[in-house]
Design a protein around this ligand. Sequence first.
Ligand code: GTP
Ligand code: IMP
Ligand code: MG
Length: 337
Amino acid sequence: MTTTIIIGAFWGDEGKGKIISYIAYHEHPAIIARGGVGTNAGHTVVYQGKKYGLRMIPSGFTSEKSRLLIGAGVLVDPEIFLREVELTGCKDRIGVDFQAGIIEKEHKEKDQHDKHLSKKIGSTGTGCGPANEARARRTLRLAKEIPELTPYLTDVSKEINEAIAAGKNVLLEGTQGTMLSLFHGTYPYVTSKDVSASQICADVGIGPTKVDEVIAVFKAFMTRVGEGPMPGTLSEEEMKKKGWMEFGTVTGRARRAAPIDFEIARKAVRLNGATQIALTKLDIVFPEVANATKKEELSPAALEFIANIERETNIPVTLIGTGPDAEAIIDLREDKL
Ligand code: GTP
Ligand code: IMP
Ligand code: MG
């Protein structure tokens, strides 16, 4: 019985969607709850041969037996929420906290037209920044005021704490990445809230003493979309040569890429109290490991790459992504959920 938090170590898009959906599908936690900012997140989940680009619904929807929840700290865009509920067919098992904030049209317009947000920061234009601004002013409307959300309303904190007390497994999903944290990231080029594991606890309403494991998701290289620094950023030519080109799930913008920087990696482990690392896209850096499902199938160079991450961060790499397919993964965890 564990409460596990999954967070991104870098600037988001580490492949959390795939790691979360893999764990969810195989271990069926009683509750899968989403923390994080809001619809600025984009997670790609491949399930039963179909590719889902999700912005609201927990990536763990692939576990059909799990209760899905969205915490009070998460911003809800009702239109996107209702669309994704239909798309994923999770109507009967999803709940939204009464006190989740609501993204309105005016927030999206401001996010897209405000020069500072859209140009200087390179925001996603999804209205999250202006909605959190309104929340801080205490003028933002909450989920309990929106008739379309009535069937979904619940006390997320109470549900999760009761599940933990009953000895059930709980999986908490973070979004974005640690370096986008409003407090600890590359300010001002960050998102509108903290996004570390502690914030994910606050988002869903559990205390830090309830958490057993924090899995930090690392991609085998770092990427960043939007403005702001990233040490070791490669030129477009170098990125193409390495095959590290990526495009954003929400905005379609090209991402910048860089090799893993271990100062940043250690900072992410520290800020989140991470206990394990899930490493994705190892096959992009080492094509010979594509679709491996056992550590024995990895090449010496790939094994050394992993050993180096473990030496540098001092925590184990327990999940290794070796391809886009949901089952292209090496699972070295001793204790599953
Ligand atoms: P998060 O925001 O952290 O959830 O990541 P993301 O889902 O935004 O990342 P992105 O939109 O770039 O999608 C990741 C893509 O990479 C999806 O199509 C995944 O199926 C795929 N993917 C995930 N893990 C691996 C991996 O280990 N190897 C490869 N080749 N592809 C992967
Ligand atoms: P905002 O969160 O839309 O205000 O955007 C602020 C910054 O965070 C921009 O650089 C965005 O590109 C970045 N950002 C926000 N959410 C994500 C995410 O889920 N993945 C990657 N970058 C993100
Ligand atoms: Mg993403």
